[in-house]
Design a protein around this ligand. Structure first.
Ligand SMILES: CC(C)(COP(=O)(O)OP(=O)(O)OC[C@H]1O[C@@H](n2cnc3c(N)ncnc32)[C@H](O)[C@@H]1OP(=O)(O)O)[C@@H](O)C(=O)NCCC(=O)NCCS
Length: 183
C-alpha cells in the first residue's frame, strides 16, 4: 500500500534578513547567498515530506529577475511539486520585502530535485502526493513534463558530445563571436 501526504504537510517558508556581509562589490546581495538559502529550504521541505535525510541531485535553471538589496527580508516559499519513487521536485519562489515600504518583489524561482536517502545510504521511497488544488495539479503536471523534456535534452547533449564532427561544429560556430586559431 502506498503511503500518501498532502502538499500542505511539507510546505515550508524560510525568511532571512539580508545583512551587509552578504553583499557583493556592487552593494547587492551575492547570488550564491540566495542559492544557499534555496538549497536549505528545499532540504527542509523535502525532508518533511520524505521523513528522511535528503540530498540535492539537480537544480533547474535559476534566473535572477531583480537584484536583492541589503536590508531587505528575503522569503523563500517551498512546496513539493512532484514525486517519483525516491525523488521529489521542490518548487521554490523567492521574494523580498522592503520593511519600510512593505513592497514585495519576486526575484526568482527554481526547481530543486532532491532524493531521500535511507539508513543504508541508498535512495529510499517517499510518500506519494495528494493533490488538493488546481494549482497543485498544474505544478505536478508541469514537473512531469519538464522531466520528459530533460530526458530529451540530455540525449541531445550526449549526441552532440559523442557524434558531432569537428568540421560541422566549426561551420556552425563560425557565425558566433569567436576566432579559431588551431595550434
Ligand atoms: C542521489 C544519488 C544517490 C542517486 O544515485 P543513483 O545511482 O542515480 O540512484 P538512482 O538511479 O536509484 O536514482 C534515484 C533517483 O534520483 C533521480 N535522479 C538521479 N540523478 C538525477 C538527476 N541528475 N536529475 C534528476 N533526478 C535524478 C532518479 O531519477 C531517481 O528518481 P526516482 O527514484 O524518483 O525514480 C547520487 O546521485 C548521489 O549521491 N548524488 C550526490 C548527491 C549529493 O551529495 N548532493 C549534495 C551535493 S554537495
Amino acid at each position: 500500500m502506498d503511503d500518501y501526504k498532502t502538499v500542505k504537510q511539507s510546505q515550508t517558508t524560510l525568511t532571512e534578513l539580508m545583512i551587509p556581509s552578504y553583499s557583493n562589490f556592487g552593494g547587492k546581495v551575492h547570488g550564491g547567498v540566495i542559492l544557499g538559502l534555496m538549497d536549505k529550504v528545499a532540504y527542509a521541505c523535502a525532508a518533511k515530506h520524505a521523513g528522511n535525510y535528503c540530498v540535492t541531485v539537480s537544480i533547474d535553471t535559476v534566473n535572477f529577475l531583480a537584484p536583492v538589496e541589503v536590508g531587505e527580508l528575503v522569503s523563500l516559499l517551498a512546496s513539493v511539486n512532484y514525486v517519483g519513487n525516491s525523488s521529489m521536485v521542490i518548487g521554490i519562489r523567492v521574494q523580498t520585502e522592503n520593511v519600510r515600504t512593505q513592497q514585495i518583489k519576486h526575484t526568482n524561482s527554481s526547481y530543486f530535485t532532491m532524493v531521500a536517502m535511507g539508513d543504508d545510504h541508498q535512495p529510499a521511497k517517499v510518500p506519494a502526493l495528494i493533490l488538493q488544488t488546481q494549482t497543485e495539479i498544474k505544478r505536478f503536471y508541469e514537473a512531469y513534463h519538464r522531466r520528459e523534456l530533460t530526458k530529451y535534452y540530455n540525449q541531445e547533449q550526449n549526441r552532440i558530445k559523442n557524434d558531432s564532427e569537428l568540421e560541422e561544429a566549426i561551420k556552425i560556430i563560425s557565425q558566433e563571436r569567436c576566432k579559431i586559431e588551431l595550434l
